[in-house]
Design a protein around this ligand. Structure first.
Ligand SMILES: [Zn+2]
Length: 79
């Protein structure tokens, strides 16, 4: 039977590869360094997407205000 050594190596919870203990202590989410990296990238992409969504909402708000102004203008012209 093989000994695991002092530090426990658990398989990555995402891909099943044995996790390398290269990550700093304190970070223990059960992911290998590769999945940790891709996890970080996904989070980064999600963050960018959220920012974009906020911008879109802002644009929609501004567009609505412009529409209202245009409506007002055309109503004034008609009246
Ligand atoms: Zn992994």
């Amino acid at each position: 039977m093989r000994k695991w050594g002092a530090k426990k190596r658990r398989p990555c919870s995402a891909c099943g590869k044995p996790t390398k203990l290269v990550k700093p202590t304190g970070i223990d989410n059960g992911l290998c360094s590769y999945c940790n990296k891709s996890n970080y990238q996904i989070r980064h992409v999600n963050m960018l997407r959220d920012n974009n969504r906020l911008l879109e909402n802002e644009n929609a708000l501004i567009r609505r205000q412009i529409d209202e102004l245009l409506l007002e203008l055309s109503a004034n012209r008609a009246g």
